[in-house]
Design a protein around this ligand. Structure first.
Ligand SMILES: Nc1ncnc2c1ncn2[C@@H]1O[C@H](COP(=O)(O)OP(=O)(O)OP(=O)(O)O)[C@@H](O)[C@H]1O
Ligand SMILES: Nc1nc2c(c(=O)[nH]1)N=C(CO)CN2
Length: 173
């Protein structure tokens, strides 16, 4: 059994619909409300809708979670622009952290898969939704999410997020 935390983001097209379709495919144990978040890393793009979810599966390795994430992105019609890092997208699904049934964290450091996600601890749009569905959330090797969010820069970013409500309601105009 592995348990994973996934972070989903969308800022092109019908953002709620993309997140809802991915949630249907990934069948999470828990999913956060939708947060509207300013773009991180590349300012020149629309605001994102972000959610965090907790998933578990008896058979899935971190690489299987990455494959499931990539399949959701493909199904949403994502086109990669190699020239634009952190650029706009119909759907992004990141594998934030993975644990075995025993609670032991899984670490991966491979060219196409790094777990825990190497930038998760810098992103209020990952940490705030995650903390909302797990008060004890912690990034293996980095510490508890509620402590990470005490960093002044992250705390300021956290205040720019707007909680919109559950995925079942429609948020896009
Ligand atoms: N933990 C991870 N979760 C998702 N993708 C990962 C992870 N570690 C490595 N990758 C790799 O990152 C590649 C690029 O992903 P993507 O285009 O979503 O990056 P990005 O959105 O520009 O940046 P970021 O990963 O910081 O969100 C993927 O093809 C995947 O192989
Ligand atoms: N607010 C926000 N900003 C981002 C996001 C995201 O999901 N939310 N994803 C990115 C992909 O690298 C880049 N920037």
């Amino acid at each position: 059994m592995t348990r994973a935390v996934l972070s989903l983001g969308a800022n092109l097209g019908d953002r709620s619909a993309a997140l809802r379709a991915a949630t249907g495919a990934l069948r999470p144990e828990r999913v956060s409300d939708v947060y509207e978040t300013p773009p991180w890393g590349d300012d020149d793009q629309p605001t994102y809708y972000n959610v965090a979810m907790i998933v578990s599966d008896p058979a899935k390795s971190p690489r299987d979670w990455l494959a499931a994430a990539s399949e959701c992105e493909r199904a949403a019609g994502r086109v990669r622009d190699p020239a634009r890092r952190f650029g706009p997208r119909v759907l992004d699904v990141d594998v934030i952290a993975v644990w075995r049934d025993s609670g032991e964290p899984v670490f991966c450091d491979e060219p196409d898969l790094t777990v825990p996600h190497p930038r998760a601890h810098l992103r209020a749009f990952v940490l705030v939704p995650w903390l909302s569905i797990d008060a004890e959330a912690a990034i293996p090797g980095r510490g508890r999410v509620r402590d990470l969010l005490r960093d002044p820069g992250l705390a300021a970013d956290a205040r720019t997020l707007r909680r919109l409500g559950g995925l079942e309601s429609k948020h896009d105009a």
